[in-house]
Design a protein around this ligand. Sequence first.
Ligand SMILES: Cc1cc2nc3c(=O)[nH]c(=O)nc-3n(C[C@H](O)[C@H](O)[C@H](O)COP(=O)(O)OP(=O)(O)OC[C@H]3O[C@@H](n4cnc5c(N)ncnc54)[C@H](O)[C@@H]3O)c2cc1C
Length: 113
Amino acid sequence: MVQQWIAESRAEIDAARLLVLHAAWKIEREGAPAARQEISIIKFTVARTLQRVLDRAIQALGALGMTDDTPLAFWWAHERAGRIYDGADEVHISSVAKRILHRWSKGRGGGEA
Ligand SMILES: Cc1cc2nc3c(=O)[nH]c(=O)nc-3n(C[C@H](O)[C@H](O)[C@H](O)COP(=O)(O)OP(=O)(O)OC[C@H]3O[C@@H](n4cnc5c(N)ncnc54)[C@H](O)[C@@H]3O)c2cc1C
């Protein structure tokens, strides 16, 4: 079980990093306004990845994970705000979905904004 948590966390962190690099690449190439969708995607994806990875790490350590003997409990409480500051997850998710649906309604579907 712990091996599964380690592997899943590694995969999710790597995926989140690639999303951030892709957004940075698009900002450099086309400017921030053109990368609004990618920026919204990383805001809710990275915050959720962080939460899931921390949750697994705490679970793996059991009660120790809830004490101040490791930084995990502090990070868990502190980083929860990542899904709220700079816009709540739901706001970014709604904005991404609206952009995608708008593109499809104009016959310009696909993943890119
Ligand atoms: C640690 C921290 C640091 C911050 N730093 C700054 C800062 O430096 N500068 C700054 O300007 N602000 C800052 N904020 C404020 C932050 O931007 C707001 O908290 C955030 O935009 C959410 O607004 P709200 O708290 O009023 O929640 P609300 O807007 O009341 O939202 C509450 C909940 O309602 C839901 N919701 C809201 N809107 C929608 C929607 N359109 N669709 C679906 N669901 C929705 C979401 O679930 C959301 O979590 C900070 C907040 C925190 C927690």
